[in-house]
Design a protein around this ligand. Structure first.
Ligand code: DAH
Length: 318
């Protein structure tokens, strides 16, 4: 590299030599010019060689017979930007870990579902306008990319019903990717993540649910929080609530700045019944809320669209 720089400087210095050509007596100008040109060509030739040598040095020959050594650091010449986990995945791990420490199982949601799990199994009456509230996409075959992780409730209840028969509770969280056909702006994305919680036992109450949710949010934001609920409506819970936390001062919040974090409530008896669980013997509560919003608050992010943008400058900050 140094050699190349030196040669380039040498080449540049020829310019002042060329400028002198005017002062050379006419009869000697031809020879002066030829000599200068020869010098220039010699330098150009050396530059070419130096550049080729540099290129050769940079190319690491590919040996397809070599044993795989993906752990070996790459030569610096590749200047590779090492990838990292997407921030939503890192945070989703934190979320499920907090619930796991509280004794919850984790079941992943799916990315294609059907009318039954999206609506019928969740006690949405046929033709009920609440079905329109979810801005659902539909494939040509009539399948549904789920608009919420609640689509998994029926499956979870059925799969874990044996816990109840064995005298244990059902305690499961379901993280998943969800889709809504809505206009995208700084606070709305067509694709985002949710985490659902399902709990069933003989004698659980809304009070237990609020305790679990408070514990979760205080662990996630690593501080004590003020919480609040207000009545909500979901066909699959009765009563239904919206759960809010007061935006912490450390995250730019002011007193009374309550943010809605999720929907929740006692699981509707019809939902339990459809999964073969006797609602006169067992009670349950469930909740579901967005992960993107949770993460945006933690990191002070103002635009949800960053997450799906694939923008490396954004991703590199995590
Ligand atoms: N699925 C609802 C939504 O996306 C949120 C929700 C509300 C989930 C109440 C629940 C629940 O499990 O019990 O708007």
């Amino acid at each position: 590299m140094e050699e190349l720089e030196k040669l380039k400087l040498e080449l540049k210095s020829l310019n002042s030599e060329y400028a002198k050509i005017k002062e050379v007596p006419a009869e000697k100008r031809g020879e002066f010019g030829r000599e200068l040109n020869a010098k220039k060509n010699a330098i150009l030739e050396r530059i070419k060689k130096a550049e080729e040598a540099l290129l050769d040095a940079d190319v690491v020959p590919l040996d397809i017979t070599a044993p795989c050594s993906s752990n070996e650091p790459l030569p610096e010449v590749y200047s590779v930007f090492e990838g990292s986990e997407h921030p939503l995945m890192t945070e989703l791990d934190r979320v499920t870990e907090i619930y796991q420490l509280m004794g919850f199982d984790v079941v992943e949601s799916r990315q294609l579902d059907d009318e039954f799990h999206m609506f019928d199994s969740l006690n949405f009456a046929k033709e009920h306008p609440a079905r329109d509230g979810y801005d659902t996409f539909r494939t040509e075959e009539g399948l549904i990319p789920p608009a919420h992780t609640s689509t998994m409730q029926h499956r979870v209840l059925k799969a874990y019903k044996h816990n109840l028969d064995e005298g244990k509770d059902i305690a499961v969280v379901v993280p998943g990717r969800v889709y809504r056909n809505e206009d995208v702006d700084a606070t709305h994305e067509h694709t985002f993540y949710q985490c659902e919680g399902v709990f069933v036992s003989k004698d659980c109450t809304l009070g237990n649910m609020l305790g679990i949710l408070r514990e979760f949010f205080e662990k996630y934001y690593e501080q004590k929080l003020n919480i609040r609920t207000q009545p909500g409506y979901f066909p699959f819970t009765e009563p239904s609530l919206e759960f809010m936390i007061e935006k912490p001062k450390s995250l730019g919040g002011k007193k009374g700045d309550f943010l809605e974090m999720l929907g929740c409530g006692m699981i509707h008896p019809n939902v339990l019944k459809m999964a073969g669980i006797d609602p006169t013997k067992y009670h349950g509560f469930a909740w579901g809320g967005g992960i993107d919003r949770l993460v945006m608050l933690r990191y002070g992010l103002k635009d949800v669209r960053h997450f799906e943008s694939g923008n490396l400058n954004f991703l590199k900050e995590f």
